[in-house]
Design a protein around this ligand. Structure first.
Ligand code: ADP
Length: 225
């Protein structure tokens, strides 16, 4: 129950923070002498989308824990990746550069909301690790190795602390003062439930790499619906 509550809290934080941001923006727009109804409308639409996202996160987690039929779809992950990067960037108060090198022809069979949560966790962690870096660059790439789809997030941050190297994917392991240490353990649970694996290492040039491996759609090892 504790892990479930921590997970829900962690995953819902992002859409709730987004809703707060959009409400603040919409309030500012309302305070202007000349009402820009288009701006107000787009603020409300963004609030609606985030609330809908929160609902989908809850449903998806409930499905995962109750073992009910998972909602997997065969898809190319690129749109999920772009959207995850935009969502991870919301509310980030520093300049970061994101570079994408995505293969167009990769197909995986996944629950899109769950895999997107994994990507948001990885990209947000990358941003947070670069807070004190002179160069803040995240590169997100997808490619195929040994019949598996790989989604990799490389950053130019402080790298994985040596004492966390063996426990980074375990629950409640965090080096952040306000960290819950839940994101990576949830991410591993989700990826493994999809028949995949997740790994992390420090880059020779500095920073960390996180890599999600997923079976290609239709390949042996791919988890059917
Ligand atoms: P939290 O972000 O709440 O600490 P996570 O499970 O997402 O929880 O991450 C656990 C820990 O792993 C972090 O506290 C951090 O020390 C480390 N970590 C995660 N991503 C990175 C990264 N990109 N670079 C360096 N360390 C990282």
């Amino acid at each position: 129950m504790g892990a479930m509550a921590a997970t829900l809290g962690h995953e819902l934080n992002q859409p709730l923070a987004a809703i707060s941001n959009y409400v603040a923006g919409t309030r500012r727009a309302l305070a202007k002498p000349a009402l820009d109804t288009q701006l107000l409308e787009s603020g409300l639409a963004a609030i609606e989308q985030s609330a809908d996202r929160a609902g989908r996160i809850i449903r998806s987690l409930r499905d995962m824990t109750s073992g009910s039929a998972v909602k997997r779809q065969m898809l190319n992950p690129n749109p999920l990746i772009h959207e995850a990067a935009s969502l991870a960037m919301l509310g980030i108060d520093m300049a970061v550069a994101a570079r994408f090198d995505l293969a167009e022809d990769i197909l995986v069979t996944v629950d899109p909301i769950q895999i997107q949560q994994v990507l948001i966790n990885l990209i947000k962690n990358a941003f947070e690790a670069m807070r004190d870096s002179a160069r803040r660059e995240v590169a997100i790439s997808t490619y195929v190795v040994e019949g598996e789809a790989r989604i990799r997030v490389d950053d130019s941050g402080h790298g994985i602390a040596p004492e966390l190297r063996d426990s980074i994917f375990e629950s409640f392991v965090s080096s952040k003062p306000d960290g819950m240490g839940v994101g990576l353990s949830v991410s591993r649970t989700i990826v493994e439930a999809h028949g995949g694996s997740i790994s992390a290492w420090n880059r020779e040039t500095g920073g960390a790499s996180f890599c999600v491996a997923l079976p290609l759609a239709g390949e042996a090892g791919s988890v059917p619906n």
